[in-house]
Design a protein around this ligand. Structure first.
Ligand code: PAF
Length: 282
């Protein structure tokens, strides 16, 4: 395993190791790896000749200083975990200065409005922050394939647009959400929950499943209200949004439309911790 903290070392390493026709896979992460990340890395190992994992907590995608300050980290543990999957995986773990020099600047993108729906409504500039760092990583690695989790489905569609806009020759691979035993979607942020709330947070997935079972028969507004009440009646739990939307433009839908691909998205704040999830309905 090679661990680089400088772009120039990555460039040197890529030049030395990548032969024509080799497939390079990139798994961008912010570290504090869990089974969701492991599934992305394992898929990359299966599909690619060379795999790089990037570990970088990207400051410009956080719109809340507290959230950034509290974001969990443990590089040593992450490196051991990656090594245990395969010694052949390489890691890029740069400093903020290495990625941004002294300018923490967002690039400007036109994502046809999908960056201002759902997560974008509550986290202004979050997606341009994500796109800015992913664009820098794609420019550096020029990966043939890049791996992202379905838990961040809105993010995957931003990356899809980024690839189109900047004409990256990268195939976007979306891997299924990995869940804890109780159904809670795996996230580095889960570690910030109390044991009791982590258990109770199974409610989130349960309510998504309830919507999947009932969305065809009922008015969405009524169903959503019922779910919100069910979640928010628990101490520390507050639904930030719960919407059924068109999977392509992320516009809110109020009733079942057979021809559209429908997805339900949720964000629940448990104390200060934001948990997101989504599932496909049809
Ligand atoms: O999903 C994440 O962990 C981050 O948003 C990403 C894609 C690594 C960009 O910082």
């Amino acid at each position: 395993m090679i661990v680089c903290s400088l772009k120039s070392s990555v460039e040197k390493e890529l030049k030395a190791s990548i032969k024509p026709k080799h497939v390079l896979g990139l798994v961008p992460t912010m570290g504090f790896l869990h089974n969701g990340h492991i599934s992305l890395i394992e898929k990359a190992v299966k599909d690619c000749d060379h795999v790089w994992v990037s570990i970088f907590i990207n400051p410009i995608q956080f719109n809340n200083q507290n959230d950034l300050d509290n974001y969990p980290k443990n590089l040593k543990k992450d490196l051991n975990l990656i090594k245990s999957i395969s010694e052949k995986i390489n890691v890029f773990s740069p400093s903020i200065d290495e990625m941004y020099d002294d300018r923490l600047r967002h690039k400007n993108y036109n994502f046809d409005g999908i960056d201002s729906e759902l997560e974008g409504r509550f986290r202004p500039k979050h997606f341009s922050g994500v796109a800015t760092i992913v664009s820098k990583l794609f420019d550096l690695f020029k990966p043939n394939k890049a791996f992202f989790g379905e838990k961040d489905f809105q993010q995957t569609q931003i990356i899809r647009k980024l690839i189109e806009i900047e004409k990256h020759k990268t195939e976007l691979i979306i891997c299924p959400t990995v869940r804890e035993k109780n159904g809670l979607a795996m996230s580095s942020r889960n570690s910030l929950l109390s044991k009791k709330n982590r258990e109770k947070a199974s409610l989130i997935f349960q309510n998504l499943l309830f919507l999947k079972k009932n969305y065809k028969k009922n008015d969405f507004e009524k169903l959503i209200l019922k779910c919100k009440e069910n979640i928010d009646s628990n101490k520390d739990f507050k639904t930030e949004y719960l919407e059924i939307v068109d999977s392509y433009d992320f516009k809110i839908l109020n009733k079942f439309v057979a021809k559209k691909s429908l997805r339900v998205f949720i964000c629940v704040k448990v104390g200060d911790v934001r948990l997101i999830d989504n599932i496909l309905l049809n």
